[in-house]
Design a protein around this ligand. Structure first.
Ligand SMILES: *Cc1c(COP(=O)(O)O)cnc(C)c1O
Length: 366
């Protein structure tokens, strides 16, 4: 019996393609690549991913622990702010800890004195298409900005984390940004052992000049005598995963609307947050439909797509690129049935790795 929709379907072959590009970048640049768990934490895939990456980075206690327990390799701890109650636990799971401010570093560095300590520095420049995701937006709290404060903790740090990119698919834009960073922070960078350049570089995209990026990273590493880290999230899982849904009803209100057994807010939240449309392939043909979710939200619309034949109740639709920032954000809004998680193995066999039911919904509240 085919697996009942809705479910996220992770394709091992597509993941292997991205992982090969990560290997290519690591080999050519000498940079280490850590999976950013906030983007993708479906740990059943870690056995496939971990041989091609150097470890994980995190944004919370839960993530750093997951990285340590399920992924292995180097486990970096970072958070916008740690609490007194969690810091000991965080340190117990970490190989390195990166503080977001000089304040946090002053407060907790003594507890982590056996670990390499880093500081997140905000160079005040960025590449992002969205204000919401722009670390250099006005009054940003993401990293220290003031040279005097950075200087005041330099004796205790061996590295910086500089995360300034979001969905940057241009190697020249990345390189120009790095030029600016070198200019602003160069004198400090020479005093470090390592620099993490964060995530947000879409280097697994088809046609991306990986060797050019590698050359730029290598030049940076040699110029300042540092080990470079990258913290890719989205680019690791780009185009590896679909959200499989079925048509439940078709209504007409000026245009035909196909209602499916999912909800944008619950299962692909970022589409709403960033006001983007989902995608289907090939998205061609004479029959056009709004594909919409079953929640009560009026704007619960995945997008308007074209199909080769009219849709019928029971038809399956594959919503593309549902790997990054989806499963980590799924929620029980409207009590909509939670998509199962399945993996298409490299031999074509589809295996359900997790299914959710009423008991999970009940357990999510009390
Ligand atoms: C979000 C984030 C990442 C991952 O970003 P992607 O765009 O998914 O590659 C890496 N590092 C930090 C500090 C982040 O906040």
């Amino acid at each position: 019996m085919p697996l009942a929709t809705p479910y996220y379907l992770i394709d091992e072959t597509a993941l292997a393609r991205n992982l090969a590009r990560i290997d290519q970048l690591r080999a050519a640049s000498g940079a280490k690549c850590l999976l950013a768990l906030k983007c993708f934490a479906t740990w059943s895939t870690f056995a496939q991913i971990s041989p091609h990456m150097d470890g994980t980075t995190s944004s919370s206690l839960n993530e750093v622990r997951l990285g340590r327990e399920k992924f292995g390799g180097e486990t970096h701890a970072y958070s916008v702010a740690y609490s007194d109650g969690e810091i000991d636990d965080v340190i117990s799971h970490a190989d390195k800890i990166i503080f977001n401010s000089a304040n946090q570093l002053e407060r907790f560095a003594a507890k982590a004195s056996h670990l390499p300590i880093g500081l997140r520095v905000n160079p005040g420049v960025s590449h992002s298409h969205f204000d919401l995701a722009d670390p250099a937006r006005p009054f940003s709290r993401l990293g220290e900005t003031e040279l005097a404060r950075i200087e005041s903790v330099m004796d205790r740090v061996s590295g910086f984390m500089l995360h300034c990119n979001c969905e940057n698919d241009s190697v020249s834009a990345f390189s120009a940004l790095l030029d600016q960073i070198e200019e602003r922070l160069g004198a400090l960078l020479t005093r470090l052992d390592w620099v993490s350049l964060g995530g947000g570089i879409h280097f697994t995209k088809e046609g991306y000049p990986i060797d050019q990026l590698a050359g730029r990273l290598k030049a940076f590493a040699e110029k300042f005598g540092v080990q470079v880290y990258l913290e890719p999230g989205d680019t690791v899982v780009t185009d590896t995963t679909t959200l499989e849904v079925s048509v439940l009803d078709i209504i007409e209100n000026g245009k035909p609307v196909a209602i499916v057994d999912s909800a944008v807010e619950a299962h692909m939240l970022d589409l709403l947050v960033y006001r983007e449309s989902a995608n289907v392939a090939p998205n061609a043909g004479p029959h056009s439909y709004f594909v919409a979710g079953k929640s009560c939200l009026a704007g619960d619309v995945f997008g308007e797509f074209s199909f080769p034949a009219p849709l019928a109740i029971g038809d399956r639709i594959s919503l593309l690129n549902a790997g990054g920032y989806t499963m980590v954000k799924k929620n029980w809004f409207n009590g909509v049935g939670m998509p199962a998680i399945a993996i298409r193995r490299q031999n074509g066999h589809i295996e359900t790795i997790r299914a959710f039911d009423y008991a999970d919904y009940v357990a999510s509240l009390s």
